[in-house]
Ligand binder design. Structure first.
Ligand code: COA
Length: 313
């Protein structure tokens, strides 16, 4: 018995915010943003809530299947519609499923890998056949649009996968971890803290950059080692889409060549927990992945958290 991703879906809001638009909002330039990050534009919600984005991605991943078949819904998000009910419960209501276990996971940009790990673990030990695992974010609501060091980086969107128990193994291994001592380098305060509203993304970008590269490389190496897979056997590396310089540094240290890296951050920026499932969906739809191919997912995020997953399509 194994757990397999049987279908994927993603949804991006229509509104495009380009680097040129940002030039009119803060002191920056398309040239600076492109050179330092690789990002050219991002999508911004025009009123769609995080659960709306998540639901659209989930419906696409269901590909016409009966939503009642879903036993478990896990949503990774740092920008939920509400403190409660969870975004997963809102998605459940919107797809009119009345029985699944539903809850959210908070692990910032690593959230999707954490959610995949939790769903995979529950499915292996319990009577659960199908699970929706979703990454969905509306970071535009927690941006300080006057802070040029952060507002150029993030965007809104959602991606989803449908997991199913199958005879053949799909998900082959995980490596996850966290080091909370780095918490102050990248965070968004909330009501439990003594910080004053409004609650925006705070980040020491330079320091985050260095730890991100090191941590993603170490995690990816561990998951390959544990699974007995060589980097050269990997058909596609799907890294968290934060910064093209981080991605290239990680790939180089892993010995993975450029044509095996999936990048879409030029169009969407950093969509946090949504970035990997959106990228996975696009990679499959663009024909960059075929049945049997090995894929390496690697993420890093606030916490700090990190996570890698190796899977066979
Ligand atoms: N436009 C123009 N100039 C900018 C700018 C912007 N949007 N943002 C910062 N600058 C300036 C800085 O003020 C600084 O000026 P100074 O040299 O006069 O002090 C200069 O550009 C260099 O800033 P620095 O922060 O050293 O640049 P950098 O090369 O580290 O790039 C980031 C900044 C944020 C792009 C980069 O650090 C990064 O991507 N870090 C990781 C962030 C991340 O991915 N977070 C999410 C993780 S999941």
């Amino acid at each position: 018995m194994g757990i397999k991703i049987v279908s994927t879906g993603s949804f991006l809001p229509d509104r495009v915010l380009t680097n040129f638009d940002l030039e009119k909002m803060v002191e920056t330039s398309d040239e600076w943003i492109t050179a330092r990050t690789g990002i050219r534009e991002r999508r911004i919600s025009e009123g769609e809530t995080t659960s709306d984005l998540a639901t659209e991605a989930a419906v696409r991943a269901l590909e016409g299947r009966d939503p009642q078949e879903v036993d478990l819904i896990v949503v990774a998000t740092a920008t939920p519609d509400a403190f409660f009910p969870s975004t997963a419960c809102k998605v459940q209501a919107k797809i009119e499923n009345k029985r699944a276990i539903a809850f959210d996971i908070s692990a910032a940009c690593t959230g999707f890998i954490y959610a995949l790990y939790v769903a995979d673990s529950i499915m292996r030990t319990k009577e659960i056949d199908k699970a929706l695992v979703i990454g969905a974010e509306r970071f535009s609501k927690i941006m300080n649009w006057k802070d040029r060091t952060t507002c150029i980086l993030f965007g809104d969107g959602a991606g989803a996968v449908l997991l199913k128990k199958e005879d053949n193994e799909g998900i082959l291994g995980f490596d996850l971890g966290a080091d909370g001592s780095y918490g102050d380098l990248l965070y968004v305060p909330s009501v439990g803290s003594n910080e004053e509203y409004p609650f925006y993304v705070r980040m020491k970008g330079n320091e985050v950059f260095k730890v991100a590269v090191r941590t993603m490389v170490e995690s990816a190496k561990r998951v390959l080692d544990k699974s007995g897979i060589l980097a050269e056997e990997v058909k596609l590396l799907i890294p968290h889409q934060a910064n093209v310089r981080i991605i290239n540094a990680v790939a180089e240290r892993l010995g993975i060549s450029e044509e095996k890296i999936f990048i879409n951050l030029d169009r969407y920026g950093n969509t946090s927990a949504a970035s990997i499932p959106i990228a996975l969906d696009e990679a499959i739809k663009e024909g960059r992945l075929k049945k049997g191919d090995l894929v390496l997912l690697v993420a890093f995020g606030g916490g700090f958290t990190w996570g890698s997953c190796i899977l066979r399509i």
